[in-house]
Design a protein. Structure first.
Length: 114
């Protein structure tokens, strides 16, 4: 497995979760690291990204609530999610891009429900 996502689970509205995405050492020259999500009946949508230069981008729906970060030494990127809402319920996928293209992780389920 080249990308391993973890940290999903069941959380109440208003709660927090932290997702992690570990990239294998075989992936070189990462230019951008990102998170996407897909809820039942919907297309996969962009959540957040961070470039190798540290520039971050967020979907409007998560601005101010989610924070993407990375640990280059650990080859890992994270998604800190706060003030979660039921509409954040989805399978979250991590993604990286390098000169060869994109790599996708298998996804981790996040369920926000009381």
């Amino acid at each position: 497995v080249q990308l391993q996502a973890s940290g999903g689970g069941l959380v109440q509205p208003g709660g927090s979760l932290r997702l992690s995405c570990l990239a294998s050492d075989s992936i070189r020259g990462i230019k951008i690291r990102a998170w996407y999500r897909q809820s039942p009946g919907n297309q996969r949508e962009f959540v957040a990204s961070i470039t190798d230069g540290g520039m971050v981008t967020y979907a409007d729906s998560v601005k101010g609530r989610f924070t993407i970060s990375r640990d280059i030494r650990m080859n890992t990127h994270y998604l800190q999610m706060s003030n979660l809402r039921p509409e954040d319920t989805a399978v979250y996928y991590c993604n990286i891009g390098n000169h060869l293209g994109e790599v996708w992780g298998l996804g981790t389920q996040v369920t926000v429900s009381s």
